[in-house]
Design a protein around this ligand. Structure first.
Ligand SMILES: *[C@@H]1O[C@H](CO)[C@@H](O)[C@H](O)[C@H]1NC(C)=O
Ligand SMILES: *[C@@H]1O[C@H](CO)[C@@H](O)[C@H](O)[C@H]1NC(C)=O
Ligand SMILES: *[C@@H]1O[C@H](CO)[C@@H](O)[C@H](O)[C@H]1NC(C)=O
Length: 397
């Protein structure tokens, strides 16, 4: 017996400190990217808090820097004491554990995206596109089509992809590297250090609104949407310019409305919302999250509301809750087809006929390939379309 202990002792002496170091390392924030990225996370946080001096327009006073250093948000273990908690799917358990966490470090920041906060009124339309790291091809297609940064009718269009992280270990490192390369090359990526999952989309939205408040508070209008849509951004600019208050200082929140719905109680659904998350059986009217347009002013109002409303796992609904809290209602725009293609597929019509799209503002569910082709086609001066009153009225179904 004693002999055996002597045999394993040197081994134990070696392994115990190693395990200890590993554990500490695992619990450091940004551990995935050790030295440089962990540092960068801190630098970004300083940037957000207005403490750095690199961006001349970015100094909004260090009074804003109430949290100069990042402390990891710990999970709320008492959630597990709720009745029925252990029966919930793991993703919802995770949602509840981290529901109170509204701050995560920025890994990739673009403080000068809008020319600095004080000059951000120079951006007419900011395209804010939710995109997971893995969706590289979608981002590439959008940069070359409707999300290309440019001026249209004298109005500046700027683009931001907003992202969290995916995977763990090496996979997470590789994906973060991809985002860093794109960020450097195109200057259009914001990335925070949280798991980019479906149930964390609300978190992504709230983090973005916080960034907007810091770095681009006077932007006129925003398109908030997904990376698998076709957005006719020329038409959007023209529509927004045609509004009476076209400087973004009034309220605007428009898209395809979701009305008279309540929580999905089927545990097998992607949209399952259990009683532990929401007891009320109804949802306020909100815009479908595939894409909606809002004014810079309304974005600020929503951000203010979000500070006091607990995160909800369905992101577009959460925005509706914030709107309702502010006493505002979203409006319907028939040119915003956030829930899918405008036509019921049939053998007689091609659902990708550009004539159906040239007068619309947005349609959900487009592949990168379809976006390439459609963007070319709707800009073809030789495009011939029949006169269909349903087209000009925007009512297709
Ligand atoms: C943690 O969860 C409990 C039980 O749901 C809740 O009462 C409490 O407010 C939560 N704490 C935080 C910090 O959110
Ligand atoms: C949201 O992100 C946090 C931070 O990465 C993570 O701990 C949590 O599990 C995520 N929540 C869900 C529902 O994926
Ligand atoms: C948001 O809240 C801040 C601080 O409470 C306030 O100064 C600002 O006017 C509010 N903005 C809007 C648009 O309501």
């Amino acid at each position: 017996m004693e002999q055996r202990i002597w045999r394993v002792l040197p081994f134990l002496l070696l392994i115990v400190p190693c395990v200890a170091i590993l554990l500490i390392y695992q619990h450091l924030p940004s551990h995935s990217n050790l030295s440089t990225k962990a540092l960068r996370g801190d630098v970004s946080w300083h940037a957000r808090a207005g403490l750095h001096t690199e961006d001349p327009a970015g100094h909004r006073g260090s009074a804003r820097g109430s949290r100069p250093f990042w402390t990891a948000c710990l999970r709320n273990m008492s959630m597990a004491n709720m009745a029925g908690f252990s029966d919930l799917p793991e993703r919802l358990q995770n949602f509840l554990y981290y529901q109170h966490c509204k701050h995560f470090p920025l890994l990739l920041d673009l403080p000068g995206k809008c020319g600095g906060p004080d000059r951000s009124s120079g951006v007419f339309l900011l395209l804010v596109i939710k995109s997971q790291p893995v969706n590289y091809e979608r981002r590439e297609a959008l940069r070359q089509t409707w999300a290309k940064e440019r001026q249209h009718h004298g109005a500046w269009i700027r683009t931001l992809f907003i992202s969290g992280t995916t995977g763990a270990g090496l996979e997470k490192l590789r994906m973060n590297k991809l985002m860093e390369v794109e960020h450097r090359k195109h200057g259009d990526i914001l990335q925070w250090d949280f798991d980019d999952t479906f149930l964390n989309l609300t978190l992504k939205q709230v983090l973005f609104m916080e960034w907007l408040d810091n770095s681009c508070p006077h932007v006129r209008f925003l398109l908030n949407g997904d990376d698998d849509v076709f957005a006719h951004t020329d038409n959007m600019v023209e529509y927004l310019q045609s509004l009476r208050g076209n400087d973004g200082s009034g309220n605007l929140y428009t898209g395809q409305l979701i009305e008279g719905r309540g929580p999905v109680r089927d545990p097998s659904s992607k949209y399952f919302v259990p009683l532990q998350v929401q007891q009320k059986e109804s949802y306020p009217t909100h815009c479908c999250g595939g894409g909606f347009l809002l004014s810079g002013h309304t974005a600020q109002v929503l951000y203010n509301m979000s500070k006091t409303i607990a995160l909800h796992p369905i992101d577009d609904l959460y925005m509706g809750m914030c709107l309702a809290q502010a006493g505002l209602k979203p409006s319907r725009h028939t040119g915003m087809r956030a829930a899918g293609h405008p036509l019921i597929p049939s053998a007689k019509v091609d659902i990708l006929d550009p004539c159906y799209y040239k007068d619309l503002l947005m349609v959900h569910d487009f592949t990168p390939l379809q976006n390439y082709v459609m963007w070319e086609q709707v800009h073809d001066p030789g495009l011939k379309c029949w006169k269909d009153p349903r087209l000009s009225s925007g009512i297709l179904q």
